[in-house]
Design a protein around this ligand. Structure first.
Ligand code: TNX
Length: 501
């Protein structure tokens, strides 16, 4: 049988032709290809179906190889006929090719398994396809982060941004400033338990991510979102700014106000700032950036810059210039939330992360444009479409709603190059951030992330002109992901917008 068109693939490939019938697959079938792709595919097929393939040098039914001529970087071709052949343009392309193959693995009514026959040629629209996990508001350990890497790399995401510090806690061991983790890591939002990554933990995450072709971007949020730094080192920060909004919101939510030197467990923002005019502040930042650089093979260090309402504007601008320069001097590319574009002289090449709406306010658009004027580029995270922590609907039990509610269709129906009035080449791609004020458990995280991250994956991978690149097709194909996600134990939210199979 021909699988009812469209083929059940997310993100949808550049080109895909369904062919008649299935190629049966059973235990003992042979697979030939380079490590680690072959072993990763064997493990994934077994998790999904219980079928155990064996590695073989010749005569294999499934052949994997790399040939840079087949597609652009990260691309691949995949043929399922009487055998399977996947050719990656590079190792990442091979990895994405077998993720597509896993989506073609289906069980028949009689219980037997097969790959849907198809011919596919594929490559990504954007080089930067990211997700963010906020481990500061609520902490999630190495095993959870590995799960996150598995489930998002399967959707062809290739960057993992870890939000490692915020008012509520500091999450990464820094040898030269040991009190950060000794004193400021045990706390979290809602007075839940905190935690931190040792350097070995962090390296384990980086290595695991690399084996799934994901680059880790560490973020230390500065100069605001820094209350926890003051719990460890009081002389690095200013006294909390208790603005009217913070006082009113805290009373409404029944949350405490920040108190100097004590852990903060509420969700209010904009009350904390490092001291902008002290040399010791920059000694601290240089040390942290140096140690992060030593354990981060990827090109970026994210220095935050969002919602620094506790920092006077002139001080903020001065700080933005200095902190981005420190990252450049450490040999990395600075990344910052778009507000840092208010400063005239952020370091050249700094990349901005835009979190305004899909209809940009003038001030946000001007700040974003500044990164491009300084030779940098942008990553798009519009909060009313890409934020994974907004509620799906007003009555959804998890999430916030300050940027609106984001159902699956809203997560899908926007275009990264249509938000700002900038050349398409200035947009590196997108990132879908998960802030975790309301996500207290890993199940909470997965409910918010899935299925919306699949929409963001298609926006960042699939060309706008790809056949089937439409909401009507997407919701059908997304529904067909249910058996895969169930086999992987992913607690996705079964939104009523999607016909789940
Ligand atoms: C805004 S937008 C934040 C975070 C919060 C989030 C909650 C931005 C860069 N910062 O501090 O966690 O809203 O949705």
């Amino acid at each position: 049988m021909v699988f009812p068109y469209p083929l059940p693939l997310v993100p949808v490939p550049v080109s895909a032709t369904a062919e008649e019938g299935r190629m049966p697959v059973a235990t003992g079938f042979r697979i030939a290809g380079p490590a680690p792709a072959a072993t990763q595919l064997i493990a994934a097929i077994e998790r999904r179906s219980g079928i155990r393939l064996v590695e073989a040098d010749g005569g294999a039914e499934i052949v994997l190889r790399v040939d840079s001529a087949v597609a652009a970087s990260e691309g691949y071709t995949l043929t399922v006929g009487d055998r399977v052949e996947i050719i990656g343009a590079d190792d990442a392309g091979l990895f994405y090719g077998f993720q597509t193959l896993l989506q073609l693995l289906r069980q028949d009514e009689d219980g037997s398994w097969g790959f849907l026959r198809a011919q596919i040629a594929d490559a990504p629209r954007f080089p930067r396809r990211g997700v963010m996990l906020d481990v500061a508001r609520h902490f999630f350990g190495v095993a959870d982060v590995k799960r996150f890497i598995d489930s998002t790399s399967a959707l062809k995401f290739n960057h993992l941004h870890l939000h490692l510090s915020d008012d509520q806690g500091w999450r990464i061991e820094i040898d030269s400033w040991p009190l950060l983790t000794e004193r400021a890591s045990a706390s979290a939002a809602n007075s839940d338990p905190g935690g931190f990554y040792s350097k070995d933990d962090y390296r384990e995450i980086v290595d695991y991510a690399a084996s799934r072709h994901m680059i880790v971007i560490p973020e230390i949020d500065l100069p605001g979102h820094t209350h926890a730094i003051g719990v460890a080192y009081p002389d690095l920060v200013e006294a909390p700014v208790l603005g009217d909004d913070l006082v009113a919101d805290s009373a409404r939510l029944g949350q405490p106000l920040p108190v100097s030197g004590e852990p903060y467990t509420g969700w209010g923002v904009g009350h904390s700032s490092v001291r902008i005019h002290e040399d010791r502040t920059y000694d601290f930042i240089r040390d942290v950036v140096r140690e992060l650089t030593e354990m981060t093979p990827g090109p970026y260090i994210h220095v935050g810059g969002d919602e620094s309402l506790g920092t006077p504007q002139a001080d903020f601008d001065l700080f933005a210039a200095r902190v981005t320069q420190i990252v450049v001097e450490a040999g990395k590319t600075p990344l910052a939330w778009h507000e840092m574009g208010s400063a005239g002289d952020i370091a050249e090449g700094t990349v901005g992360q835009y979190w305004g709406g899909t209809t940009a306010e003038d001030a946000h658009a001007a700040e974003a444009a500044r990164f491009v004027a300084r030779g940098g580029a942008l990553i798009m995270s519009p909060s009313n479409a890409a934020y994974l922590d907004m509620k799906y609907s007003p009555d959804f039990p998890l999430g916030l709603d300050w940027a609106g509610t984001i159902d699956v269709q809203t997560a899908y129906d926007w275009d990264p190059t249509a938000v700002l009035d900038l050349p398409d080449a200035a947009i590196l791609g997108i990132e879908a951030p998960l802030w975790t004020e309301t996500a207290r458990t890993w199940t909470d995280v997965e409910q918010l992330v899935f299925p919306r991250a699949a929409a963001h994956a298609e926006i960042s991978w699939s060309p706008r002109a790809a056949p089937e690149r439409s909401w009507e097709s997407f919701r059908e194909r997304l529904g067909a992901m249910a058996p895969l996600w169930k086999a992987e134990g992913i607690s996705f939210h079964p939104s009523a917008e999607v016909p789940w199979s």
